[in-house]
Write a protein that binds this ligand. Structure first.
Ligand code: 8YV
Length: 329
């Protein structure tokens, strides 16, 4: 029997074709996220759910899902899911690591370049007919080569950003909960710093930690105050790692020089104070947005889901305790 699956958004065609062939599929086909009532009703007989970053899957939602066995998140970050509530019910949660590492690192490095070299301001100047010719002092930015990049969080994506930075002749510092072996640091060409030291020493700070209660507002007013006035902040991880209101103040007052943001605290709502600021580049959560990456993410979510429904351990299980938990249904 094919597993009964509910998918909250349409995914790339190749994924939809495989889902249709290998599962009993129902999905929400709108341009906006599925409404709670629709999700609740859909989950009443579904064994598997594929949600995205825009779907909050908490205990209240799970209460409507009496036969759910697996939540195969479409994304590496799974802060949209109450994993503890799922584990309690014996529901497995999986994610999609690795397949989006390069695409997301590209966007982080792209934001670093775009902010340093003022691409957004230049583009707006040209499109709005305000460019009246070359000028030796026009839109002068910051040098990349020789500058210091500080990475907060040094998992797969952080390391991929370090790799790109080394190719651009940057010096790379990192902070991570667990420090790497010195041999690996040497191999990757990176140096460890405590977080406050990293903030003070870096010309660019890029965030690559998962969003958890511990990383909520990790970059707050006091962290921003430690950064150089010339420093640039890049965030492709999760919006709530940064206190957006404090960031607006820091950008307005010149406490830091610029920011490149792909993620926001209350997406798609963006702090009103960011819109008028020319020293920030704002992207609509594009980290993994390539056709190849989104296809690989969907295929991996499906691999995870099929494994769980077949009674096998999914390759990217994030809550192994769910296997032991007596299903509370
Ligand atoms: C996705 C992401 O676009 O994987 C993640 O954690 O933030 C993005 O790559 C998003 O999660 C899709 O659900």
């Amino acid at each position: 029997m094919k597993p009964r699956v509910y998918l909250t958004r349409r995914l790339p065609d190749a994924v939809m074709e495989r889902l249709a062939a290998q599962t009993d599929l129902a999905f929400h086909d709108g341009a906006a996220p599925v409404a709670p009532e629709e999700l609740h009703a859909a989950l009443k007989d579904r064994e598997a759910l594929i949600p995205t970053v825009s779907d909050r899957i908490d205990a209240a939602v799970l209460a409507h899902a009496p036969v759910l066995r697996v939540i195969a998140n479409f994304g590496v970050g799974y802060n949209n899911i109450d994993v503890a509530a799922a584990t309690k019910r014996g529901i497995q949660v999986t994610n999609t690591p690795d397949v989006l590492t390069a695409a997301t690192a590209d966007v982080a490095f792209g934001l670093l370049l775009a902010t340093a070299r003022r691409f957004g301001e230049g583009e707006r100047m040209v499109r709005e007919g305000r460019w009246h010719g070359w000028d030796p002092l026009q839109l002068l930015g910051a040098d990349i080569a020789g500058a210091t990049l500080g990475l907060i969080g040094f998992g797969r994506i952080g390391q991929a950003v370090a790799h790109r930075a080394r190719a651009f002749d940057m010096r790379v510092l990192y902070w991570n909960r667990t420090r790497l072996e010195p041999g690996i640091e040497l191999e990757l060409g990176v140096d460890y710093r405590e977080r406050d030291e990293l903030l003070a020493e870096s010309d660019f700070v890029s965030l690559h930690v998962a969003y958890t209660p511990e990383t909520h507002h990790l970059i707050d007013a006091s962290a921003l105050a430690r950064m150089k006035p010339s420093a640039i902040l890049v965030n492709t991880a999760r919006g709530s790692i940064v206190d957006e209101a404090a960031l607006v103040e820091a950008l307005k007052s010149g406490r830091i020089s610029a920011a490149g943001l792909d993620v926001f605290e209350r997406e798609p709502h963006i702090h009103a104070g960011l819109y008028p600021l020319s020293n920030c580049v704002l992207l609509p959560h594009l980290g993994s947005a390539t056709i190849g990456t989104r296809t690989r993410m969907g295929m991996l979510a499906l691999d995870n889901l099929l494994a769980a429904c077949a009674g096998k351990r999914p390759p990217n299980l994030v809550n192994p305790d769910a296997l032991a938990a007596a299903p509370h249904r």
